[in-house]
Design a protein around this ligand. Structure first.
Ligand SMILES: [Zn+2]
Length: 262
């Protein structure tokens, strides 16, 4: 079960204990937009019901990126427009079945059979409204921009900017409560994407995991990411060993090793 947090007029974030996940809702006068759909069929259904308690308006979905925890709940919302970067669709189609098998196995090995069953039950929904760098959605009385700032946490991250509310949904470009995930990341380019988020000048930034944060938090995460990028360059240039990079990194060992492997 999740819980809603009101972050601005008609802008909500729903928080889940599982993976500390945060998904979003933006309500206009004619339509609403659901930002990410959770990691399994059960989470998607729970979220869809929770959105219906907030608004009866027709919905669209936008996926911030193709990782399972952000887009595996989409079926509960279909049929509806599903927005994503075009490479998000490519990635979901290429890796979705493998992600489903991997994470179902992960939860089964932890004895969490209910979650594993709900992941096994996922039908992966291909996004049908594809974004390159920018799209603007009119929700009625309010416009929302879907923006791609180059490779960062993945090669297809979208952020959702709600200018009239001063809010940005950052997906996993910003992580609160846990370090950023580098498994599919582009460490050298990531800091520039956070500069682009900061340039939107929105006081409220909503990470894909964790609590709402402010611009100062994003600035600090940008500095940590830039430090990791510098360590990766030094290791690649042979002026630093991986061990030294891990010791100097602002992030835990495994996260730094994932960054070095990119
Ligand atoms: Zn992710």
């Amino acid at each position: 079960m999740g819980r809603w947090i009101d972050v601005a007029d008609g802008v909500l974030v729903r928080r889940y204990e599982e993976l500390d996940l945060s998904v979003g809702l933006v309500v206009g006068s004619a339509r609403c937009l659901v930002v990410d759909t959770g990691g399994d069929a059960g989470q998607g259904a729970e979220l869809a019901a929770a959105v219906r308690e907030v608004t009866p308006l027709p919905w669209s979905v936008v996926l911030t990126h193709a990782h399972f925890d952000h887009g595996f709940g989409t079926e509960a919302f279909t049929p509806c427009p599903v927005w994503a970067h075009d490479r998000c669709r490519t990635q979901l189609m290429a890796t979705g079945a493998d992600q489903r098998a991997k994470w179902a196995r992960h939860y089964r090995e932890r004895g969490e059979h209910g979650v594993a069953d709900r992941i096994d039950a996922v039908r992966i929904v291909p996004p049908d409204n594809l974004v390159d760098d920018r799209a603007v959605l009119d929700l009625g009385g309010r416009e929302v921009a879907l923006l791609h700032f180059g490779p960062a946490h993945s090669d297809h991250d979208l952020v959702v900017h709600v200018p009239d509310a001063g809010v940005v949904f950052a997906g996993d470009l910003v992580e609160h409560g846990a370090p950023p995930q580098f498994g599919d990341a582009y460490p050298q380019e990531w800091p520039a994407a956070l500069d682009a988020i900061l340039a939107l000048d929105a006081p409220i930034v909503l990470p894909g995991h964790g609590e709402p944060v402010d611009r100062e938090f994003v600035r600090r995460q940008r500095a940590d990411l830039a430090a990791v990028a510098e360590l990766c360059r030094a290791v690649a240039a042979g002026t630093l060993t991986a061990e030294q990079a891990v010791a100097r990194s602002p992030f835990p060992e495994q996260f730094t090793l994932d960054a070095l492997a990119r």
